[in-house]
Design a protein around this ligand. Structure first.
Ligand SMILES: [Zn+2]
Length: 286
């Protein structure tokens, strides 16, 4: 988190609210979050927002600046970052503040990050530098609204689906949460190899990508409003629901635990009734 659905709703809500808003000043209390110096970040002072877009898990905010014309703020919230539009400015003691865009009437667009690690970042770029930026260069086609037509070819590698689907060069937008829902909907094992899929399985996977991301985005469209949440509603049915009954067949959902995430699946629907080894534990026991 945040993945494609979270950034899609963020782009929609900011796209409705920001255009026309003038940035009075921008502050960077999380100085490490700022990844560019040319153009200088001060070029943003006095700029007017003109739009908000998403590419994969990245957010792009378009601005019209006074001296340098149109520029683009490129943001990656990584796993613990959030962007919120508040009616009041942040307390200077707020340790989650990374980048603050002060707007008229005391309002503030705030990039925050929770936890101790500082990984979320913001870049200010000239429009023609955006596509060439290392964060966008090499990104695969969008997973949504239409998964790529050449999905079979893109997945044709001797790697497990759980890893391939999260590889942003293969298809962009899917991460650790929604991959579990997609694989469950497609009735495919997370460890099935991408080069070992039948035509029908690729079709099921493509349908599952579209329908699961649709389902999540529809939920957000109905429930997510400004200032934008710290915690998004979680319309998960499988991910992190280990120990609960499968929503389709009621078999108890199982999980494999990794250092900082969990992979949840239904043994009956996805792995021919096999319970997969917890690789982290088995590695430690070797
Ligand atoms: Zn099941």
């Amino acid at each position: 988190m945040p993945e494609l659905p979270e950034m899609e709703i963020v782009a929609r809500r900011l796209g409705e609210a920001l255009p026309g808003e003038r940035i009075e000043s921008a502050l960077t209390p999380g100085i490490n979050a700022l990844k560019t110096f040319d153009p200088p970040f001060s070029a943003i002072d006095g700029a007017v927002f003109t739009g908000a877009r998403r590419r994969g898990k990245l957010l792009l905010l378009d601005v019209e600046t006074r001296e340098r014309g149109p520029l683009v703020l490129l943001l990656h919230l990584m796993s613990a970052g959030r962007i919120q539009l508040f009616d009041k400015r942040a307390s200077l003691r707020d340790k989650t503040s990374r980048v603050l865009f002060r707007l008229p009437d005391d309002r503030e667009l705030r990039v925050r990050e929770f936890g101790t690690r500082q990984r979320a970042w913001v870049k200010l770029l000239a429009p023609d530098a955006v596509e060439a930026d290392e964060a966008l260069e090499g990104l695969g086609p969008e997973a949504w609204p239409e998964p790529p037509a050449d999905l079979a070819g893109r997945l044709a590698a001797p790697r497990p689906l759980h890893s391939l689907l999260r590889d942003q060069r293969v298809v962009t937008g899917i991460g650790r949460t929604w991959v579990d829902e997609i694989l469950h909907a497609a009735k495919l094992s997370p460890f099935k190899r991408g080069d070992d899929l039948s035509e029908a399985e690729v079709e099921a996977l493509s349908d599952a990508i579209a329908s699961e991301l649709d389902r999540v985005i529809d939920t957000y469209e109905a429930e997510v409003q400004l200032p934008l949440p710290e915690k998004f509603p979680k319309p998960t049915r499988v991910h992190a629901h280990q120990g609960e009954p499968c929503p389709r067949c009621e078999t108890v959902l199982e999980a494999v635990f990794y250092e900082d995430y969990v992979m949840t699946y239904c043994p009956h629907c996805q792995t021919e009734d096999r319970v997969l080894k917890d690789r982290r534990l088995s590695r430690l026991l070797k």
